[in-house]
Design a protein around this ligand. Structure first.
Ligand code: KIV
Length: 263
């Protein structure tokens, strides 16, 4: 799948959409060899790749750098790149400069968080021919407003607000919407009311697709593992074991062997 209309088709056909993040060329190459439908160059790069405690440190330059690496290695996949913190909140010209940087780095679409206060920007990006993915629920760029990584939409009022935001994003022309950390029942209800596909993370089984951070799928996360993560391999252990084996071989004079040396 390379174009965003593939997303719409999968929803119409009742087939689920799978997505993972990627931030660099080597991991994007592996994702490109897999059957996963699409890649998000998420601003989670700031946390996963650069060790920041939140996504707020991501910049347009940083996102463009990661997008270039991913897009060059995964030419067969739809690549969506995150517009980072405040890059779409400083007026249309600044937002379009950020969009330009990401699209000319190889992204076919951009994702941005929230809706209130930047509806004009979303409309302008869509009308400029760049597909936009929305993102509501636990939007990590608003972490200081939420006071932590908490499930959103738990009260009736909050659920109604999320439903409204989802409809608004659809009417602004978003081709898909990420629902992050919202109750499963609410996510399913939003999904059934929208014609565009929803992609869930911590939002239960009722969304049109699922996204996980690649390092979580591979079990490479070193800190707290949220409840919604499923590790498909204990990558941390496998990779550490490989390093310890290498160390033991070096210390035990077992590496390199003659066949691994030049005469
Ligand atoms: O940046 C990111 O990785 C994301 C996904 C978790 C949806 O926005």
């Amino acid at each position: 799948m390379k174009a965003v209309d593939g997303f719409a088709r999968l929803k119409q056909e009742g087939r689920k959409i799978s997505m993972v993040t990627a931030y660099d060329a080597w991991s994007a190459r592996l994702v490109a060899r897999s059957s996963v439908d699409a890649i998000l160059v998420g601003d989670s790069a700031a946390m996963v790749m650069h060790g920041h405690p939140t996504t707020l440190a991501a910049t347009v330059d940083l996102m463009a750098l990661h997008t270039r690496a991913v897009a060059s290695a995964a030419a067969s996949k739809l690549v969506i790149a995150d517009l980072p913190f405040l890059s779409f909140r400083q007026g249309i010209p600044a937002a379009m400069e950020a969009v330009r940087a990401l699209v000319t780095s190889g992204a076919q679409a951009v994702k941005l968080e929230g809706v209130a206060g930047h509806e004009d920007v979303i409309r302008h990006i869509v009308e400029s021919g760049v597909p936009v993915m929305g993102h509501i629920g636990l939007t990590p760029q608003s972490i200081n407003q939420f006071g932590g990584f908490h499930v959103q939409g738990k009260t009736e009022d909050a659920a109604a607000k999320l439903m409204c935001q989802a409809h608004r994003l659809e009417s602004l022309g978003c081709f898909s919407i990420v629902l992050e950390c919202v109750p499963a029942e609410l996510a399913a209800r939003i999904t059934s009311e929208l014609t565009v596909p929803t992609i869930g993370i911590g939002a239960g089984i009722g969304t049109d697709g699922q996204i996980l951070v690649l390092h979580d799928v591979w079990g490479l996360d070193v800190g707290h593992v949220p409840r919604f993560v499923r590790r498909y391999i204990d990558g941390e252990r496998v990779l550490t074991d490989a390093l310890n084996e290498f160390n033991a071989d070096v210390k035990g004079l077992k590496f390199p062997e003659p066949a691994e040396s030049y005469s």
